[in-house]
Design a protein around this ligand. Structure first.
Ligand code: NAD
Length: 357
């Protein structure tokens, strides 16, 4: 099993990555009290696949763990489900020494992570991410929270887990669309931070598409190393961490304008990365050949590269509403080659429209 250390002083923790490694969970747990009741939070689909197995592993090791299963999907990452979770925590007797285990994708991780952060002002929190997106991104770095009717992720907390256990063999049951959503975030790490990793993604496409565990372990490990490095320098996103938003300013606009129905988050980010690569080429921070490689890689992994027929004016209006824009000018992450990037302020609407044709 591989381990990636997230260095955050007293809040430091390890991410363990392996194949068929769920049974290793009890020996990795430190600070989880066997005397207090803990809660395993999962969604219906993931619990039906792996819930009983994880409960059995924890019970056999002497931990008192009960399950709370939510319906699943972005629609239940809200205050109503959070309220239900608090109720479960109280009626099942969780106390200040209890732990919340999450078993699921980013929805379960964000929601139950926020429940752990806020219940009795913070209890134990262990992440067992089961989607590719959760293993490479959402389970690492401590962002937790829920959506409000007025916007996504508007309520939340930075709350670091005690450990993350990513078992890549769980990814075998992930739907193809969800797997590709995770791959968009994987490609993002190559573009913003590591050209050698980008080369790896180009060279080993077929093995990665086939979900070969050896390649998946490398991917999850490298992405977690990069995220750990970024987060340990900028836990609360006052600078460097913003690089993880590559493609997201465009992506959020595509998602919002299509009512969050046409594209998964990863698909919208993939199209957003195509737009920023083309913008970087126009602004001279990336060569045409480099931008072409980004577009080709996205396309080769079966991700979309075009947003369809949304009007450019609507996209720009939506991007202006992004919290990173000021005085009509838009701030976003632009690649400065393959494997490096920077936050660029003052991008004009004309420049944006020039890549939306
Ligand atoms: P998700 O949790 O909805 O999971 C996607 C689907 O895959 C669900 O239907 C789920 O049941 C299913 N699934 C998960 N693991 C499975 C498995 N092993 N086998 C079969 N099916 C499985 O969505 P997601 O893409 O994992 O995460 C998206 C969420 O993550 C969003 O809410 C987003 O805001 C959040 N996010 C958070 C961060 C962060 O830093 N906290 C970063 C990125 C995204």
């Amino acid at each position: 099993m591989k381990a990636v250390h997230v260095d955050l002083g007293e809040k430091s923790y390890n991410i363990y990555i392996g194949e068929k490694c769920l049974a290793d969970l009890p020996r990795l747990l430190t600070g989880v009290s066997p005397d207090s009741v803990s809660l395993l939070v999962s969604d219906e689909l993931v619990f039906s696949l792996y819930g009983e197995e994880v409960l059995e592993i924890l019970h056999s090791a002497g931990f008192k763990v009960e399950a709370a299963v939510i319906k699943g999907g972005e629609g239940c990452k809200n205050l109503t489900t959070l309220d239900w979770l608090y109720e479960q925590m109280i009626t099942r007797g969780l106390d200040r020494s209890s732990t919340v285990f999450t078993l699921g994708g980013g929805v379960v991780g964000d929601l139950a992570g926020f429940a752990a952060a806020s219940f009795m002002r913070g209890i134990g929190f262990i992440q067992i991410p089961t989607s590719l997106l959760a293993q490479v991104d959402s389970s690492v770095g401590g962002k937790t929270g829920v959506n409000l009717p007025l916007g996504k992720n508007l309520v939340g907390a930075f709350y670091q887990p005690g450990l993350v256990l990513a078992d890549v063999s769980l990814l075998n049951t992930l739907a193809e669309k969800e797997y590709k959503t995770g791959l968009a975030e994987v490609i993002k790490y190559g573009v913003i931070w590591d050209g050698t990793f980008f080369d790896f993604l180009e060279t080993n496409r077929e093995r990665i598409k086939a979900r070969d565990p050896k390649y998946l372990i490398h991917i999850v490990q490298r992405c977690c190393e990069i995220k750990a490095e970024i987060v340990s320098q900028d836990e609360k996103e006052s600078g460097l961490r913003a690089l993880l938003n590559l493609g997201h300013t465009f992506g959020h606009a595509f998602e919002a304008l299509t009512g969050y129905k046409q594209f998964t988050h990863g698909e919208a980010v993939a199209i957003g990365m195509v737009c920023v690569a083309r913008l970087a080429e126009k602004l001279g921070t990336m060569t045409a050949a480099e931008a072409g490689r980004v577009v080709d890689l996205i396309q080769n992994y079966g991700l979309p590269v075009h947003y369809g027929n949304l009007p450019a004016d609507d996209i720009v209006v939506r991007m202006r509403m992004d919290k990173k824009s000021t005085a009509g000018k838009i701030k976003m992450v632009l690649p400065t080659g393959i494997g490096s990037s920077e936050v660029t302020a003052g991008i004009t609407e004309e420049q944006i429209k020039s890549v939306l044709s």
